[in-house]
Design a protein around this ligand. Structure first.
Ligand code: URA
Length: 434
């Protein structure tokens, strides 16, 4: 086979066969196809698209390009969860312990934050001592022992996707629906769970700004997973404002803990309980949504969910005192309150820009190698639709460098819009696909 012929075929709108896709991904992973040819292929795909079969074969080839996690030692149905990413998304921190406290085995690989989005691994590492690097056998043993583990993604998981994603990033070919779906699903398939619950975000802080695009992406991912024999659920959720109130690593850990104690923000609690219910149903721990919701409420009320979080933090070397008494978590030296300059309603929050505020403060990463300040970020006090009086505090900015705090404050004002008319808030859960 020759890469030239495959590029020509795709450029002319024809469909690639399974063996052609497998060969291409294998040769590319081995370094025998140069980036310039793969870039041309990605651009051809960008304009011609991939059909259902091609998308599935690309996903399977990328999943098989590295390690395939074998979770068969863990009994029962293993459930994974994935979010397409947003701002203030601390969902896994609360969801994992809730699901595990109700008998679901949660073996999860998560990522770090980049740019305006945060990552679960960075958030967990803001707990002193917490380790996200476990060997595969330790990871599996921990899930067997306590029902959950969250680790960083190993470099051997879907290495073809890693190379291809970096290439797409610099060739303006990231935002093609089949390529996004196959990239996400290749890692999920390689991570070995029997059931996968996807949280596909839509809104001004999401990858997919329009609900119709989020739905299409969800449909493609559900289709790929189903074809691969996994039980799939996709929840389309609102990301037209940050999730909850806290943005920033330690600040989000604190909010996740409050949620596990039953005192979390309404929107975040709704999302966590909904995703949790679908995880329970997928794991056959509940027969329907009402039963699942009831079980989750009981787990939170009785303290079981919080106990599971403490057990999980302890198992991964974290300081459980910092979880029991959140005042021990990393704290910023400067806390600057941001007052409203006029009366009105919160009309629009430019969500990505709120993530940028956290990035300016040091709570995010500009490049893959930058270090982050776990204490930095912001806490919103008001969200879309809330009434505002001049002088009300809209948010707190947490930082350790006054010039960055002032820069973030300026950025906040530019991207937090007060209107005279009350805006209807979008519902948290927009649609669910199976
Ligand atoms: N996240 C991924 O893992 N891959 C993409 O292509 C886009 C988002």
């Amino acid at each position: 086979m020759r890469m030239y012929d495959l590029i020509l075929k795709k450029r002319n709108g024809k469909h690639l066969k399974e063996e052609e896709i497998q060969w291409m991904i294998h040769e590319y992973t081995e370094g025998r196809i140069p980036d310039y040819q793969m870039s041309a292929m990605m651009m051809a795909v960008y304009f011609q698209g991939l059909n259902r079969e091609e998308t599935y074969h690309l996903t399977a080839a990328m999943a098989q390009s590295g390690d395939l996690l074998d979770l068969s030692e863990i009994s029962g149905i293993k459930v994974d969860k994935h979010s397409t990413g947003g701002v203030g998304d601390k969902t896994s921190l609360a969801l994992g312990p809730i699901a595990a406290s109700l008998g679901v085995s949660v073996a999860k690989m998560s990522g770090r934050g980049l740019g305006h989005t945060g990552g679960t691994i960075d958030k967990l590492e803001s707990i002193p001592g917490f380790s996200t690097e476990l060997s595969e056998s330790h990871f599996i043993q921990q899930v067997k022992d306590i029902g959950m583990a969250i680790v960083g993604q190993t470099k051997d998981l879907a290495p073809a996707d890693k190379r291809l994603y970096a290439l797409r990033d610099v060739t303006a070919t990231v935002d093609e629906m089949s390529l996004i779906a196959s990239s996400i699903m290749s890692k999920k398939l390689a991570a070995g769970a029997d059931a996968i619950v996807l949280d596909v975000k839509t809104g001004n802080g999401a990858f997919m700004k329009k609900p119709a695009d989020a739905e299409k992406l969800a449909e493609i991912m559900v289709d790929i997973g189903t074809e691969a024999g996994r039980k799939m659920t996709a929840v389309i959720s609102n990301m037209d404002e940050p999730l909850g109130y806290a943005i920033g690593n330690a600040l989000e850990v604190k909010e996740a803990i409050e949620t596990l104690q039953g005192n979390g923000p309404k929107d975040f609690t709704k999302l966590v309980y909904t995703l949790g219910s679908y995880m329970l149903i997928a794991a056959q721990k509940a027969g329907n949504m009402d039963e699942a919701m009831q079980k989750i409420e009981n787990s939170v009320k009785s303290g079981k969910a919080m106990d599971k979080f403490i057990e999980f933090v302890k198992a991964q070397g974290g300081d459980i005192q910092a979880v029991k008494d959140v005042s021990i978590l990393p704290k910023a030296d400067i806390i600057e309150e941001i007052p409203a300059k006029e009366d009105g309603f919160v009309g629009r929050i430019e969500t990505e820009e709120m993530g940028i505020c956290s990035l300016i403060l040091g709570g995010g990463r500009e490049t893959k190698d930058s270090s982050i300040d776990p204490s930095a970020g912001l806490i919103l006090r008001k969200k879309v639709g809330d009434t505002v009086k001049k002088g009300d505090i809209l948010a707190e900015i947490h930082g350790n460098d006054l010039s960055k705090v002032l820069q973030a404050k300026e950025h906040f004002y530019q991207n937090y819009i007060i209107t005279k008319e009350k805006i209807e808030k979008k519902s948290m859960i927009q649609k669910v696909l199976f």
